[in-house]
Design a protein around this ligand. Structure first.
Ligand code: SME
Length: 164
């Protein structure tokens, strides 16, 4: 079932995330491969929420340490590499903190991969040792599509999939 933001109630969104979390964890049961995990999360998240326009991961490049390289995603062509500190993804990686951007055009240094993107949320992804391994980037075609409910649900999902 696909969730649509128009008939929005925070409790509905929370419930949809919880249901989806169970589905994702069931599919990934016993699977420890990071690419398989990220591809599954990107596909299932993108499918569950109608307004998700670009859903995917930028992975910390182990050879550089301070640069992200694109990982599994659903959506139009994303840029390949983002330095820590650049754009919304690079800021989330550098600060190790979720970024909610209501209007990407007002965000200094936003990297416009697709001009249809209007708002986004970027959540840092940690492994079980607490090391940053990636960021999850979700873009929407409407302004202010993400709030604290999305942040809490996505942070929790990232923890359960990659750190538990
Ligand atoms: N919006 C990102 C760039 C990546 S794409 O949107 C896929 C940013 O500014 O970090």
């Amino acid at each position: 079932m696909s969730y649509q933001p128009r008939d929005d109630r925070p409790e509905d969104k929370r419930a949809r995330y919880l249901e989806l979390e169970g589905e994702i964890l069931a599919v990934l049961e016993g699977e420890s491969d990071r690419v398989a995990q990220m591809a599954t999360v990107a596909s299932m998240l993108n499918d569950a929420f109608e307004h998700f326009f670009w859903t995917g991961f930028y992975v910390v490049d182990p050879a550089k340490g301070d640069e992200l390289v694109v990982g599994p995603y659903q959506g139009t062509l994303g840029c390949l590499r983002i330095a820590f500190g650049r754009g919304v993804c690079g800021t989330a990686a550098a600060q190790r903190k979720t970024q909610i951007v209501e209007d990407v055009h007002a965000f200094p240094g936003h990297i416009a991969c697709d001009s249809r993107s209007e708002s986004e949320i970027v959540v840092p992804v940690f492994d079980a040792t607490g090391a940053l391994i990636a960021v999850l980037d979700v873009d929407a075609t409407e302004k202010a599509a993400f709030d604290q409910v999305d942040a809490e649900a996505l942070e929790r999902l990232m923890h359960k999939v990659f750190a538990a």
